[in-house]
Each structure stands twice: as structure tokens, then as C-alpha cells.
Write a protein of this length. Structure first.
Length: 147
């Protein structure tokens, strides 16, 4: 990672400029070209330095529903279950935690009923009990991790 990669990552954490050609605006700001910045973003995603780049939507304001959930997955089945969840379009992401509830994931569905049905499908598919942790209150925290 060089200086331009660092400056790009730091700047992207603040969002894209809300202009007709955001990559051109960023290129001017970072003294580069839009094609170079986009190529670097693809490289950072490709090599795993960044795991995600995209918009954040408030699914509830769009009429949908989401929840945080967890499974207690036996170590020998962890990769199998992770693959099962990864294949489901309702699962936004899943990750390992160092806890007895060791696999956590976020579900996004069109409705609360969709959440309930998907949670039941996951329990049936995996044969594991599920912990559902729906949101009780919203907090907006602006995170910034300088690189």
C-alpha cells in the first residue's frame, strides 16, 4: 500500500462527493486520475485490503426489515454453515466471534415476516438453534479509521 492508496481509503471513508462525476472530483482532490483511483479501489478489494465498498441503506426507511442473529456452530461445521449462509441473498454478511455464539450475521428482508421465515429456514437448514437480536434503538456513529 502506498501513499495514494492510504489517501484514497481515508477519503472514501468520508463518502463520495455528491456531484455528477464523483470520481473526477476525487481525482482532482487526490491529485490523480479517476481511472487510476477506480483501478486502485478494485485492487484493494481484490487483494482483501478492503472487504466492501458500496452504499449504506436504511432498509427500514425503505419499507424493509433487518435483524442481527447468531448461531453456536460446532468448529468442525463452521465453514459448512458459513457457506450455507453466504449462499442466502437475505444474509448481508456473516462473521466469526470468539464466543459460544460464534457465528454472527445480519439479515435484510422485505418484511418482518420475511425475517421470521428466513430465521426458521436457517434453523431448519443448519439444525442449530438461533439467537435473534432485533434492533431496539438506532444510534448513528460516524466511524473513521485513518490509515
Amino acid at each position: 500500500m502506498d501513499d495514494l492508496d492510504r489517501r484514497l481509503i481515508n477519503r472514501l471513508q468520508l463518502g463520495l462527493p455528491l456531484v455528477r462525476h464523483p470520481w473526477q472530483a476525487l481525482a482532482i482532490e487526490l491529485d490523480s486520475s479517476s481511472s487510476e483511483l477506480i483501478a486502485r479501489l478494485h485492487q484493494l478489494l481484490g487483494d482483501g485490503t478492503l472487504t466492501r465498498f458500496g452504499p449504506m441503506f436504511d432498509i427500514e426507511r425503505l419499507g424493509g426489515a433487518f435483524t442481527l442473529a447468531a448461531l453456536a456452530v460446532p468448529q468442525e461445521r463452521f465453514e459448512e454453515v458459513a457457506g450455507q449462509l453466504h449462499a442466502m441473498p437475505e444474509v448481508a454478511h456473516n462473521y466469526r466471534r470468539e464466543h459460544s455464539w460464534n457465528m454472527w450475521f445480519v439479515l435484510g428482508c422485505a418484511s418482518e415476516q420475511g425475517i421470521a421465515e428466513t430465521l426458521q429456514r436457517i434453523e431448519t437448514l443448519t439444525g442449530l438453534p438461533l439467537l435473534n437480536l432485533p434492533k431496539e434503538e438506532t444510534y448513528h456513529v460516524g466511524l473513521y479509521f485513518p490509515v
